[in-house]
Design a protein around this ligand. Structure first.
Ligand code: CP3
Length: 339
């Protein structure tokens, strides 16, 4: 079995497998070159030839154990009919959904057709990957995707989301229900196409009021996990409840994920995960940017702290845009015991 899949099955390996969130992206010159030729980011994600190539770029250069499908969590709102644009340097922009009419307009009638190119990307990547490398498909968790749909952008204080959750819980639930169904169908299609593991990114889980955490984070994710398992009983699923702090163990137990990605704010060795659930993480992406002896030491400290447990080395969040390429190579060498 491939090393990453062994760990996701609950086994501890002498050397942890490694991949990095956002390992494909703007820090790589070969990514920037291809990206510059695309009319816009959504079309780039929906171009199987380009998306398969940028998925493979970091694996070719550095030999990670996992390849993360090149796509974006905001393909789901796009596929449900909500206009999504990426403005250079500003991040995503969506026409915000704030009322019942906005939620009612979302339709999954054409979602499978819109997202079909992603499945073609999955097939191409599987055909081009080294035998030991695992292809990880993914989607955003309903809460994190909803934050963009409701606010219309990233980097907010989630004021409109929190207002809707507290004052219009039925409207919020209706939006989450649509996202659960669309996301489960999307992940099942990725698994049908050949994704070997799946990841559910709840990047903004840390913004949910504690009382609402289960309603917004745990339960929607658990529903997606159940729906995927009904079709693909043994596909491993990684959850990322980023910023969830004291909720992480509860999230792991209640969602039924096989692994939990731990952010860099959390002491990864101290998280009380259920038996057999793997941990993934959690080097600070800033340390990958700054590099040097401090990076090597911290990587080795994390590996030593997780020895004997099912563990996948990764960052606590995504590779930052201005990260020097050499630092990424060095980190992979350190984790693989080549340096
Ligand atoms: O290696 C990989 O991880 C590639 C695939 C991937 C992308 N986005 C490509 C991307 C994945 C797994 C994502 C997930 C994603 N997208 C998340 C969850 C993970 C996380 O980082 O927390 C989120 C919150 C998004 C939403 C998103 N997409 C934002 C906020 C932005 C703009 C911010 C930015 O970095 O510019 C994107 C755009 C995006 N998605 C880029 C890439 C490579 C950069 C856009 C470009 O190349 O023009």
């Amino acid at each position: 079995m491939k090393p990453l899949l062994q760990v996701l099955a609950g086994h501890a390996l002498p050397r942890p497998p490694v991949w990095l969130m956002r390992q494909a992206g703007r820090y790589l010159p070969e990514y920037r070159e291809l990206r510059a030729k695309a009319p816009n980011f959504i079309e780039f994600c929906l171009n199987p030839e380009a998306a398969a190539e940028v998925t493979l770029q970091p694996v070719r250069r550095f030999g990670m154990d996992g390849a993360i499908l090149f796509a974006d969590i905001l393909l789901i709102p796009h596929a449900l009919g909500q206009p999504v644009a990426f403005e250079a340097g500003e991040g995503p922009r969506l026409e915000p959904i704030r009322d019942a009419a906005g939620v009612a307009k979302l339709s999954d009638a054409r979602a499978a057709e819109t997202l079909a190119p992603v499945m073609e990307t999955v097939k191409r990547v599987r055909a081009g990957l080294p035998a030991e490398t695992t292809l990880i498909g993914f989607a955003g968790a309903p809460w994190t995707v909803a934050t963009y749909m409701i606010e219309g952008r990233g980097k907010t204080d989630y004021e409109n989301c929190r207002r809707m959750m507290w004052s219009e819980p039925k409207l919020f639930a209706a939006l989450i229900d649509k996202l659960v169904d669309a996301t489960a169908a999307y992940l099942i299609a990725q698994a049908d196409a050949g994704a070997e593991a799946l990841k559910i990114f709840d990047s903004w889980a840390g913004a949910v009021p504690a009382t609402l955490f289960d309603m917004a984070v745990t339960e929607p994710t658990a529903r997606i996990v159940r729906a995927v398992r009904a079709r693909h009983p043994s596909i491993p699923i990684i959850g990322l409840p980023r910023g969830a702090g004291s909720h992480v163990a509860h999230y792991a137990a209640e969602t039924g994920v096989n692994a939990v990605a731990i952010d860099h704010m959390t002491d990864i060795a101290a998280v009380p995960l259920p038996k057999g659930v793997a941990a993934q993480g959690n080097l600070d992406p800033m340390l990958l940017m700054t590099g040097g002896a401090a990076m090597d030491e911290e990587a080795r400290r994390i590996i030593a702290a997780m020895a004997g447990r099912p563990f996948i080395f990764n960052l606590g969040h995504g590779v930052l845009q201005h990260t020097p390429v050499e630092h990424v190579g060095r980190l992979i060498d350190v984790v693989k015991g080549r340096a």
